[in-house]
Design a binder for this molecule. Structure first.
Ligand code: RIB
Length: 298
C-alpha cells in the first residue's frame, strides 16, 4: 500500500521572541533560523520515518529546490512535486516564544497553484486502498478529494489551517479526520463550551463514517476504536518549539496504521513521536527517527 501526501512545502523563517509581537509594536527577535516546513512536507517526512511507503505531491519555486533533497533524504519520493519558475516557495513567518509556543503567518506561493490538472496527473498513479493524506495549505483540495474518492483511496484529512472554504469541500469522503479542539468547533460551526470527550462525540455524530482523532493538547487525544472511544495521554516533556508537533503526530499515526499497527499502538507511537519533536527546534528537522521513538523511555 502506498501513501500520497498532497500538501504544502514551505520555508519557515523562525524568529525566537520573548513574546509575540502585538499591533503597533516593533520587536527585536533574539534569533532567526530558516527551517524546512509546511504541513505537507512535515507530514510526509513523519510518514516515511514511521515506515510508510511515501510520496509527496505539491509545488515549490526555484528557491525551494533544496527542500526536495531533504524530503528524499528522509525517504520520501518527490517525483510529483513541480518546480515552478514564476512562483516563490510557500513561506511561513513563525514567532517562537520562551514557552515553545508559536504563531504563524503564511504565504502560500507555489502551494496555491495546485489545481485539477495536477490532481488528475498525480492521482492516476495511485489506486484502491492507497492512502491520501491532506491538510489545508494547498489549492485544488475539492478536485483532489473527489478523484481520490472515485479511486477508492482512503482519505486522511487534517483540516489545518481551518478556513470557511473547507466546509464546502466533500468532507463526507473523509475516512480519518485528525483535528484539534479549535478546528473541531469550527468544523461543527459551533462556539462555546464543548470540549474533550463531549466534543469528540459531536464530531463523531457529524462524521459517522470517519475514524475521528481529536487532539486535546497536554491532555492527549480521544480516538475512535471500532464502536468505542479511547483516550491517549500525552507524554509530558519540556517544550522548546511546538512547530510541526501536530504534523509529526499525524504522520506517525497514519504511518503506524499503514504498517498494520492496531490504532491504539499507532496512537501511542504518534504521542511519543510528537513529544520528542517539541523538544527540538524547527518543524521538519525536529521529526524523530522511528528507532528513537520506539526506544524512547521517559
Ligand atoms: O504545522 C507547522 C507548519 O505550519 C510549519 O512548518 C509552517 O510551514 C506551517 O505550514
Amino acid at each position: 500500500m502506498k501513501v500520497l501526501c498532497f500538501g504544502s512545502i514551505n520555508l519557515d523563517y523562525t524568529y525566537r521572541v520573548k513574546h509575540f509581537v502585538t499591533k503597533g509594536e516593533t520587536l527585536s527577535a533574539d534569533s532567526l533560523q530558516v527551517f524546512s516546513g509546511g504541513k505537507g512536507m512535515n507530514q510526509a517526512i513523519a510518514l516515511s520515518k514511521a515506515g510508510a511507503d511515501t510520496w509527496i505531491a505539491g509545488a515549490v519555486g526555484e528557491d525551494g529546490k533544496q527542500l526536495l533533497g531533504q524530503l528524499e533524504e528522509a525517504g520520501v519520493c518527490t517525483e510529483f512535486v513541480k518546480v515552478l519558475r514564476q512562483e516563490r516557495t510557500g513561506t511561513a513567518i513563525i514567532q517562537n516564544d520562551a514557552e515553545g509556543d508559536n504563531c504563524i503567518l503564511l504565504y502560500g506561493g507555489a502551494n496555491r497553484t495546485i489545481g485539477a490538472g495536477q490532481a488528475e496527473e498525480v492521482l492516476g498513479h495511485f489506486g484502491e486502498g492507497d492512502f491520501l493524506v491532506l491538510q489545508n495549505e494547498i489549492s485544488g483540495m475539492p478536485y483532489i478529494m473527489e478523484k481520490a474518492h472515485k479511486q477508492k483511496m482512503k482519505i486522511v484529512l487534517n483540516p489545518s489551517p481551518m478556513e470557511e472554504a473547507l466546509l464546502g469541500y466533500p468532507l463526507e469522503y473523509v475516512d480519518y479526520l485528525i483535528l484539534n479542539e479549535v478546528e473541531a468547533l469550527q468544523v461543527l460551526g459551533r462556539e462555546g463550551k464543548l470540549e474533550g470527550a463531549g466534543l469528540f462525540h459531536a464530531v463523531s455524530e457529524r462524521f459517522p463514517s470517519a475514524v475521528i482523532v481529536l487532539t486535546v493538547g497536554a491532555q492527549g487525544a480521544y480516538f475512535s476504536a471500532g464502536e468505542s472511544v479511547r483516550h491517549q495521554p500525552a507524554y509530558p516533556v519540556k517544550a522548546v518549539d511546538t512547530t510541526g508537533a501536530g504534523d509529526t503526530f499525524t504522520g506517525f499515526l497514519v504511518g503506524g496504521l499503514t504498517r498494520g499497527l492496531p490504532i491504539g499502538e499507532a496512537m501511542d507511537l504518534a504521542a511519543k513521536a510528537s513529544a520528542l519533536a517539541v523538544t527540538r527546534n524547527g518543524a521538519a528537522p525536529s521529526i524523530p527517527e522511528l528507532a528513537e521513538v520506539e526506544g524512547w523511555a521517559l
